[in-house]
Design a protein around this ligand. Structure first.
Ligand code: ADP
Ligand code: 5GP
Length: 190
Protein backbone atom coordinates (compact mmCIF):
# COMPACT_ATOMS: atom_id res chain seq x y z
CA UNK A 1 0.00 0.00 0.00
CA UNK A 2 1.29 3.47 -0.86
CA UNK A 3 2.29 5.94 1.83
CA UNK A 4 0.61 9.27 2.46
CA UNK A 5 1.62 12.67 3.79
CA UNK A 6 -0.97 13.72 6.39
CA UNK A 7 -0.93 17.28 7.70
CA UNK A 8 -2.64 17.84 11.05
CA UNK A 9 -3.49 21.37 12.20
CA UNK A 10 -5.73 22.98 14.76
CA UNK A 11 -5.64 25.60 17.48
CA UNK A 12 -2.92 25.43 20.10
CA UNK A 13 -4.12 23.21 22.98
CA UNK A 14 -6.78 21.34 20.96
CA UNK A 15 -4.96 18.02 21.44
CA UNK A 16 -2.90 17.55 18.24
CA UNK A 17 0.21 16.33 20.04
CA UNK A 18 -1.79 13.96 22.25
CA UNK A 19 -3.61 12.44 19.25
CA UNK A 20 -0.46 12.06 17.14
CA UNK A 21 1.37 10.40 20.05
CA UNK A 22 -1.40 7.77 20.35
CA UNK A 23 -1.37 7.08 16.61
CA UNK A 24 2.41 6.58 16.63
CA UNK A 25 2.16 4.21 19.60
CA UNK A 26 -0.30 2.06 17.67
CA UNK A 27 1.04 2.08 14.13
CA UNK A 28 4.37 1.08 12.72
CA UNK A 29 3.44 2.34 9.24
CA UNK A 30 3.30 6.00 10.38
CA UNK A 31 6.07 8.38 11.45
CA UNK A 32 5.82 11.98 12.65
CA UNK A 33 8.07 14.53 11.07
CA UNK A 34 10.17 16.34 13.65
CA UNK A 35 10.09 20.09 13.02
CA UNK A 36 12.85 22.55 13.77
CA UNK A 37 12.11 25.47 16.06
CA UNK A 38 13.91 28.37 17.69
CA UNK A 39 11.69 28.27 20.80
CA UNK A 40 13.02 26.86 24.08
CA UNK A 41 12.12 23.29 25.05
CA UNK A 42 9.16 22.86 27.42
CA UNK A 43 9.54 20.64 30.47
CA UNK A 44 9.92 17.04 29.31
CA UNK A 45 10.54 17.88 25.63
CA UNK A 46 13.50 16.11 24.07
CA UNK A 47 15.74 17.54 21.33
CA UNK A 48 15.40 15.47 18.14
CA UNK A 49 12.16 13.86 19.34
CA UNK A 50 9.67 16.68 19.97
CA UNK A 51 11.55 19.27 17.91
CA UNK A 52 15.06 19.99 16.79
CA UNK A 53 15.78 23.03 18.96
CA UNK A 54 17.96 25.40 16.92
CA UNK A 55 19.40 28.84 17.56
CA UNK A 56 18.00 31.62 15.33
CA UNK A 57 21.31 31.71 13.49
CA UNK A 58 21.29 28.00 12.71
CA UNK A 59 17.64 28.12 11.65
CA UNK A 60 18.17 31.03 9.24
CA UNK A 61 21.23 29.32 7.76
CA UNK A 62 19.25 26.15 7.03
CA UNK A 63 16.41 28.24 5.62
CA UNK A 64 18.82 29.95 3.22
CA UNK A 65 20.13 26.55 2.18
CA UNK A 66 16.56 25.58 1.19
CA UNK A 67 16.29 22.86 3.81
CA UNK A 68 12.65 23.58 4.80
CA UNK A 69 9.59 22.24 3.00
CA UNK A 70 7.82 25.16 4.65
CA UNK A 71 8.58 27.43 7.55
CA UNK A 72 6.88 30.19 9.48
CA UNK A 73 7.12 32.39 12.55
CA UNK A 74 4.74 31.94 15.51
CA UNK A 75 4.73 33.83 18.79
CA UNK A 76 8.19 35.26 18.01
CA UNK A 77 9.83 31.94 17.14
CA UNK A 78 10.58 30.18 13.86
CA UNK A 79 9.23 26.73 12.99
CA UNK A 80 10.07 24.66 9.89
CA UNK A 81 9.61 21.19 8.36
CA UNK A 82 12.84 19.56 7.14
CA UNK A 83 12.33 18.61 3.46
CA UNK A 84 14.90 15.80 3.33
CA UNK A 85 13.31 13.94 6.26
CA UNK A 86 9.84 13.96 4.68
CA UNK A 87 10.99 12.84 1.24
CA UNK A 88 13.19 10.03 2.57
CA UNK A 89 10.62 8.73 5.06
CA UNK A 90 7.79 8.64 2.51
CA UNK A 91 9.68 5.94 0.62
CA UNK A 92 9.09 3.60 3.59
CA UNK A 93 6.20 4.90 5.70
CA UNK A 94 3.44 7.47 5.89
CA UNK A 95 4.37 10.81 7.46
CA UNK A 96 2.35 13.08 9.73
CA UNK A 97 3.19 16.77 9.87
CA UNK A 98 1.75 18.67 12.82
CA UNK A 99 1.75 22.25 11.59
CA UNK A 100 -0.33 25.40 11.57
CA UNK A 101 -2.77 26.40 8.81
CA UNK A 102 -0.34 28.53 6.80
CA UNK A 103 2.28 25.77 6.86
CA UNK A 104 -0.35 23.19 5.95
CA UNK A 105 -1.53 25.12 2.89
CA UNK A 106 2.09 25.64 1.81
CA UNK A 107 2.74 21.90 2.19
CA UNK A 108 -0.35 21.17 0.05
CA UNK A 109 1.08 23.37 -2.70
CA UNK A 110 4.32 21.40 -2.71
CA UNK A 111 2.68 17.97 -2.16
CA UNK A 112 -0.82 18.33 -3.71
CA UNK A 113 -1.67 14.74 -2.78
CA UNK A 114 -1.16 15.46 0.93
CA UNK A 115 -4.20 14.95 3.18
CA UNK A 116 -5.12 17.92 5.37
CA UNK A 117 -6.88 17.24 8.69
CA UNK A 118 -8.11 20.03 10.98
CA UNK A 119 -8.62 19.15 14.66
CA UNK A 120 -11.37 21.23 16.27
CA UNK A 121 -12.19 21.78 19.95
CA UNK A 122 -15.67 20.77 21.19
CA UNK A 123 -16.02 24.41 22.44
CA UNK A 124 -13.90 27.50 23.07
CA UNK A 125 -14.38 27.01 26.82
CA UNK A 126 -12.97 23.50 26.63
CA UNK A 127 -10.02 24.74 24.56
CA UNK A 128 -9.20 27.36 27.22
CA UNK A 129 -9.42 24.68 29.89
CA UNK A 130 -7.00 22.43 28.00
CA UNK A 131 -4.56 25.27 27.37
CA UNK A 132 -4.43 26.31 31.01
CA UNK A 133 -4.49 22.67 32.17
CA UNK A 134 -1.30 22.00 30.20
CA UNK A 135 0.49 24.50 32.46
CA UNK A 136 3.22 25.16 29.91
CA UNK A 137 2.38 28.74 28.92
CA UNK A 138 1.90 31.97 30.85
CA UNK A 139 -1.53 33.71 30.86
CA UNK A 140 -0.18 36.15 28.25
CA UNK A 141 1.01 33.32 25.99
CA UNK A 142 -2.40 31.62 26.32
CA UNK A 143 -4.16 34.87 25.33
CA UNK A 144 -1.86 35.20 22.28
CA UNK A 145 -2.65 31.64 21.22
CA UNK A 146 -6.39 32.22 21.59
CA UNK A 147 -6.17 35.37 19.43
CA UNK A 148 -5.30 33.15 16.45
CA UNK A 149 -8.31 30.92 16.99
CA UNK A 150 -10.81 32.60 14.62
CA UNK A 151 -8.22 32.84 11.86
CA UNK A 152 -7.44 29.13 12.17
CA UNK A 153 -11.08 28.05 12.29
CA UNK A 154 -11.89 30.14 9.19
CA UNK A 155 -9.51 27.96 7.17
CA UNK A 156 -11.44 24.78 8.04
CA UNK A 157 -13.11 24.71 4.61
CA UNK A 158 -9.74 24.36 2.87
CA UNK A 159 -9.05 21.10 4.71
CA UNK A 160 -9.90 17.61 3.45
CA UNK A 161 -11.23 16.50 6.86
CA UNK A 162 -12.28 18.09 10.17
CA UNK A 163 -12.30 16.06 13.39
CA UNK A 164 -13.77 17.38 16.66
CA UNK A 165 -11.52 16.23 19.50
CA UNK A 166 -14.11 15.60 22.19
CA UNK A 167 -13.44 12.02 23.32
CA UNK A 168 -9.76 11.35 22.70
CA UNK A 169 -10.22 7.68 21.80
CA UNK A 170 -12.91 8.48 19.22
CA UNK A 171 -10.74 11.15 17.57
CA UNK A 172 -7.76 8.80 17.35
CA UNK A 173 -9.91 6.10 15.72
CA UNK A 174 -11.36 8.61 13.23
CA UNK A 175 -7.91 9.72 12.14
CA UNK A 176 -6.71 6.14 11.86
CA UNK A 177 -9.68 5.42 9.57
CA UNK A 178 -8.76 8.43 7.42
CA UNK A 179 -5.18 7.11 7.13
CA UNK A 180 -6.43 3.68 6.07
CA UNK A 181 -8.89 5.08 3.50
CA UNK A 182 -6.35 7.47 2.02
CA UNK A 183 -3.68 4.77 1.77
CA UNK A 184 -6.13 2.61 -0.17
CA UNK A 185 -7.04 5.55 -2.44
CA UNK A 186 -3.36 6.26 -3.04
CA UNK A 187 -2.60 2.64 -3.93
CA UNK A 188 -5.54 2.57 -6.38
CA UNK A 189 -4.14 5.51 -8.36
CA UNK A 190 -2.55 4.50 -11.65
P1 ADP B 1 -1.76 20.74 21.01
O1 ADP B 1 -0.67 19.78 20.61
O2 ADP B 1 -2.87 20.81 20.03
O3 ADP B 1 -1.25 22.11 21.37
P2 ADP B 1 -1.92 19.03 23.39
O4 ADP B 1 -1.88 17.68 22.76
O5 ADP B 1 -0.70 19.53 24.10
O6 ADP B 1 -2.44 20.14 22.35
O7 ADP B 1 -3.17 19.01 24.40
C1 ADP B 1 -3.46 20.11 25.26
C2 ADP B 1 -4.02 19.57 26.58
O8 ADP B 1 -5.32 18.98 26.34
C3 ADP B 1 -3.15 18.46 27.18
O9 ADP B 1 -3.10 18.65 28.59
C4 ADP B 1 -3.90 17.17 26.82
O10 ADP B 1 -3.69 16.14 27.78
C5 ADP B 1 -5.36 17.63 26.82
N1 ADP B 1 -6.23 16.87 25.87
C6 ADP B 1 -5.95 16.47 24.61
N2 ADP B 1 -7.02 15.82 24.05
C7 ADP B 1 -7.99 15.84 24.97
C8 ADP B 1 -9.35 15.34 24.99
N3 ADP B 1 -9.91 14.71 23.95
N4 ADP B 1 -10.08 15.56 26.12
C9 ADP B 1 -9.54 16.21 27.19
N5 ADP B 1 -8.28 16.69 27.23
C10 ADP B 1 -7.50 16.52 26.15
P1 5GP C 1 4.18 24.95 19.94
O1 5GP C 1 5.18 25.99 20.33
O2 5GP C 1 2.92 25.02 20.78
O3 5GP C 1 4.78 23.56 19.92
O4 5GP C 1 3.74 25.26 18.44
C1 5GP C 1 3.30 26.54 18.10
C2 5GP C 1 2.74 26.51 16.69
O5 5GP C 1 3.76 26.17 15.75
C3 5GP C 1 1.61 25.49 16.52
O6 5GP C 1 0.55 26.13 15.83
C4 5GP C 1 2.27 24.42 15.69
O7 5GP C 1 1.32 23.71 14.90
C5 5GP C 1 3.23 25.24 14.83
N1 5GP C 1 4.31 24.44 14.24
C6 5GP C 1 5.01 23.41 14.80
N2 5GP C 1 5.91 22.93 13.93
C7 5GP C 1 5.77 23.63 12.77
C8 5GP C 1 6.42 23.60 11.49
O8 5GP C 1 7.30 22.79 11.21
N3 5GP C 1 6.00 24.51 10.59
C9 5GP C 1 5.02 25.41 10.85
N4 5GP C 1 4.67 26.26 9.87
N5 5GP C 1 4.38 25.48 12.03
C10 5GP C 1 4.75 24.61 12.98
Amino acid sequence: MKNILMVISGPSGVGKGTIVKKILERREDVVASVSCTTRSPRKGEVDGKDYFFLSREEFLKRKEEGDFLECDEHFGNFYGTPMSFVKETLKERSVILEIDVVGALNAKRIFPESVLVMILPPSVEELKKRLSGRRSETEEEIENRLKRLDYELEKKELYDYAVVNDELEVSVKQIEEIIDQEKIKESEKI
